[in-house]
Design a binder for this molecule. Sequence first.
Ligand code: SF4
Ligand code: MG
Length: 316
Amino acid sequence: QHIKKYFPIKGGVFKRTVGQLKAVDDISLTINQGETLGIVGESGSGKSTLGRVILKLLEATEGTILYKDANITSMKRNQFRPYRRNMQMVFQDPFGSLNSKMSVAELVEEPLLVQTSLSKIERQAKAIEFIEKVGLRAEDRLKYPHEFSGGQRQRISIARALITNPEFVVCDEPVSALDISIQAQVLNLMKDLQEELGLTYLFIAHDLSVVKHISDRVAVMYLGKIVEIAPTSKLFQEPAHPYTQALLSSIPTLTKKKEDEPTIKLKGDIPSPANPPSGCAFRTRCPFAHERCEKEIPSLTAVGTGHEVSCHLHHG
Ligand code: SF4
Ligand code: MG
């Protein structure tokens, strides 16, 4: 609730703080048990920072994080330990996030060593179980990460994240670095594992087409804020925010577009979060920007059941 994550901007000879980068700027959301909430935004929108803050891998500048009924926001390491194994992360880069000097068996077993008190024999048995669960062969467990393809490495990362039997997993662009042909395989694996293990996902992507089939709801982020959140089918059928509309019209489709379907093109690049535009942060790229947009920050307001949008066009 009301999560903010600001990073100081240092400048000048004395490296004094000269400003603040508002990576996450007052976000409130609920993730329901068993669901997948997709978070979509361009790079620089703050989505990875939000995921890390929720898992307490980064400390929130302001706001409250509730896990079930527990306020975990300012829990110290010891107090937080039982929660840590329930809240894991699958990282974006299957090439950089795995220690190249460790074998697959060691990589998959490591979280158990750090986060549980299982014996060595128990840990090794569990590692083999999870190596097979993610579709790798048990006999490959003594190999090293460089001996695997990108898709297989992502499977190793998934095994590492799931081996502690977490309830909640933040998936930070788990398929972005993979070939399109491999993406569907890894997404299907994650969906199957979700069902088998009863997982709740926060699924981060920069592409709406990636979250479409895995998410129950989708939140769209722009410069540290949620600009629209809705059940997935609603968001795809009736996108209300001009930014969501633009993201959707940039997805290539197999069927030709209807003549009267508006195509919204984004102007320019995402502005720096260190110096966001006044009023609506999207106004410098919005084809519908008007006077009010420069002066007034639109608030996230309900336009339908479970559908919220922050745009002056939608509320008076
Ligand atoms: Fe565009 Fe104004 Fe709506 Fe922002 S508030 S999305 S600038 S119309
Ligand atoms: Mg990122």
